[in-house]
Write a protein that binds this ligand. Sequence first.
Ligand code: ADP
Ligand code: MG
Length: 378
Amino acid sequence: PRSSPTVRVRPLTCIETRRDDRQVVHSLGDGSVHVSATSSLGSGGWLQHPLSHRCPHTQVSAARHDATFGFSAVFDAGASQEAVFEGSGMRQLVELAIDGFSCTVFAFGQTGSGKTYTLMGPLTQSETRPAAPGLLGLMQRSFACLLEQSRSRGSDLALSASYLEIYNEQVQDLLSPGAPCALPLRWSKTRGFYVENQLTVDFESLEAITSLLLQAPNALLAGSQRRRTSAHALNRHSSRSHALLTIYVRSRAHHPQTRVPQPSACSSKQGTLCFVDLAGSERVKETGSSGELSVEANNINRSLLALGHCISLLAKPRGKRTHIPYRDSKLTRLLARSLGGSGITLMVACISPSSRCLSETLSTLHYASRARRVTTRP
Ligand code: ADP
Ligand code: MG
């Protein structure tokens, strides 16, 4: 296993369908995805130009936006949550975390492209009516896998979680009660980068970890706060912050008298499984954004660029690698262990099929393509 970007194309939303948006993204079925700007020439599409029927060059310039990208897997609008879990390598990632590796899955893409849906499923309107099991995201499916393993291994496997957010280059603990405050990010020789005073909570059931996520005192997703926060404000905040849920998987040493001997019987080890819901990758227009917004936008761009930079440097053959600038952003510092060394990452690039999202879709696919060749092996 290694770092492997996969692509998920969400279905057109009701609004997009009603608007008659063109579908410009097509999965070719062999792990490649085709983006055709020309198909939007018909009506109301992105490339419709007042001169298009007269200008002989339109076709040419439109054709320039035609592109095919290859990935390890592409999930189109019809792909179920289960298909994404099984087909993306997520299950193997969970198993590797149990084996002691640092594993990370990150969802990347513009706001509204399906990052949160892929990780957590559709957000339910009420706490009393949870989402249908079939719609649960990669997180819940991974928890179920971990808990199943934990149950079959008895007390040998212990699970705990931390939940952090990076907002405006400040790390906040979403689990700690009380007003959110910025926690210092430190580095030590033995631990690498770590967040000081971060709260870690043990869990032993799906209900416990799910309610931890939904009721985290400082998470905007938290049920209690959801009522007070308009959906718009919620999305605005979540699209500008990176959320990192880390599951620590500790397997304890077996005693010699254990009935079922394990190959790893002699040592205890800790693996991690980190879920990263990245901030929206769209460029925020300079004009019209208030001072506060442009600071946010700069911070988001900075950390996504730093992440892309680290990823592309890691993609070089080991011998030719220069220094990897993890220190360039809080995000890359926190992800340093997963990206380099023996870390294993899975990137899910989320895109909208709509012609209106064409340029963001192309930039997401280019970004993901750069991640393609990262081959840090355990
Ligand atoms: P993001 O987190 O990238 O901003 P969301 O996950 O919130 O995007 O998705 C935006 C909207 O599209 C939500 O209403 C979500 O339920 C819907 N959506 C996203 N992906 C899918 C999908 N694969 N199938 C059905 N609906 C989806
Ligand atoms: Mg989201």
